[in-house]
Design a protein around this ligand. Structure first.
Ligand SMILES: N[C@@H](Cc1ccccc1)C(=O)O
Length: 418
């Protein structure tokens, strides 16, 4: 839901802390959330919550380190300027490529997840479609909104965000009441948990990604470091609470052994939501849950593709005329949609690769930039993240270890629950 940062850029809205916190929470909570119970099934609830806490802390710190660097520059300076001025041309290019890669692969992940959830919804109405076609419908409808204008995206996602909050609490509230504590605390299946942590780390990292919005917040609030700090803290904390509730709701209702089936079917969004739907008594609440999942993935799609659309228009120099926007739309949407048609079930794999690229620009580069900017501006009196160099080392290590886990998991060298 990165589009709310565009809202911040364009509209003279009241600059309350809440607005900034919602921008961050909106971007953070997205499709990554739907991967968490599936990849966390092996280690189950306790370790999953511990992992989320650790990742939340590291991702909060990397965002604050990015803020620290950003505050040395004029509001409006973006990643490109920050990397160029602190780390030089090499990192500027590595960073730019990794951002573009994340945006593209997330677009594909959303088409895959969106197709899966649209299909699940249509089945509820008695309509059968191949999942790839459902993905195509999902992509074409939402791409048209992006093609119309930024304003259209802003309006529609604001409505979607409201809808998400309402449907989340209605559906999850009920699931939270119905949970079976034994399922949560005494999981069935193979009694080995901790080794499955490693393969899940990249998914946790992707779920806490929001860093593209930090420069937007600086542009929005100016150099008001204390408000931006609070907005990032509160926004990511809201995401942490939502994820914890989501884990309680899913793992408290679906037994661990049943996750094997979900994983065997590809672990896509529709399969998970379908399994949850089966345990929900009321068909009305069931619709709320399905609606929530649709809104979550649709609003993330709009936010991310709007970012990609603007990025590509700038990169290729396409103008804002009807013809120019058409060209930008083609390079933005056609490649991920073709992938979505060819590989409709790559949702989890795509989120994993998004995490790999995000370790670069959302974790390692912000830490390195903060290290460098402390050398460049040694007498700076303003905002500085606590913890000195040890904290920077911790954040870099977190990024490197998580990236390595993704590669090892791809090579089948890490234990994976099945
Ligand atoms: N956190 C987002 C993904 C994301 C990653 C990195 C940056 C921005 C967004 C999600 O879960 O859908």
């Amino acid at each position: 839901m990165a589009n709310h940062m565009n809202a911040a850029k364009n509209k003279p809205v009241g600059k309350s802390l809440l607005g900034g916190a919602m921008i961050i929470a909106g971007t953070t909570v997205g499709a990554g959330m739907f991967s968490l119970p599936v990849v966390g099934a092996g280690m189950w609830f306790g370790y999953s919550v511990l992992m989320l806490l650790g990742i939340w802390f590291c991702m909060l710190m990397s965002g604050l380190l990015l803020l620290e660097t950003n505050l040395h520059f004029e509001p409006g300076a973006s990643f490109d300027t920050l990397t160029k001025e602190t780390l030089g041309q090499f990192w500027r290019i590595v960073n730019g490529v990794s951002i573009a890669f994340v945006l593209y692969i997330l677009t594909y992940a959303y088409i895959s997840g969106g197709g899966s959830i649209v299909n699940h919804s249509l089945q509820g109405m008695g309509i059968e479609l191949p999942q790839s076609v459902a993905g195509l419908v999902f992509a074409v409808v939402l791409a048209c909104i992006v093609l119309i204008s930024t304003k259209a995206v802003d309006r529609i996602t604001t409505i979607m965000l409201g809808g998400m909050i309402i449907t989340f609490f209605l559906a999850i509230g009920n699931l939270l009441i119905e949970i079976d504590v034994a399922k949560l605390l005494e999981p069935d299946g193979k009694q080995s948990f901790m080794p499955y942590l490693w393969a899940a780390l990249p998914f946790g990292l992707a779920s806490f990604g929001y860093h593209g919005n930090v420069p937007s917040l600086v542009k929005y609030y100016g150099k008001d470091s204390s408000t931006i700090f609070k907005a990032i803290f509160v926004g990511t904390f809201i995401a942490l609470i939502i994820y914890a509730c989501w884990l309680v709701a899913t793992m408290g209702n679906i037994p661990r052994s049943q996750f094997s089936e979900i994983i065997a079917q590809g672990g896509n969004m529709g399969v998970l939501v379908g399994a949850l739907s089966k345990v929900m008594e009321s068909s009305w609440l069931n619709s709320m849950l399905t609606l929530f999942a649709n809104l979550a993935v649709a609003s993330s799609f709009l936010g991310v593709t709007l970012g990609l659309f603007d990025y590509l228009a700038d990169l290729f120099g396409f103008d804002d005329t009807r013809y120019g926007r058409m060209k930008t739309a083609i390079v933005t949407f056609v490649p991920p949609t073709i992938f979505g048609l060819l590989f409709p079930d790559g949702f989890l794999i795509a989120i994993g690769f998004a995490a790999l690229a995000a370790t670069v620009w959302a974790v390692i580069v912000p830490a390195l930039m903060a290290y460098k900017s402390r050398q460049l501006f040694p007498n700076h009196q303003g905002f500085r993240v606590f913890g000195g160099t040890p904290l920077i080392i911790l954040v870099v290590l977190f990024g490197v270890v998580t990236g390595a886990c993704h590669l090892l998991a791809m090579a089948n060298l890490l234990p994976q629950f099945s």
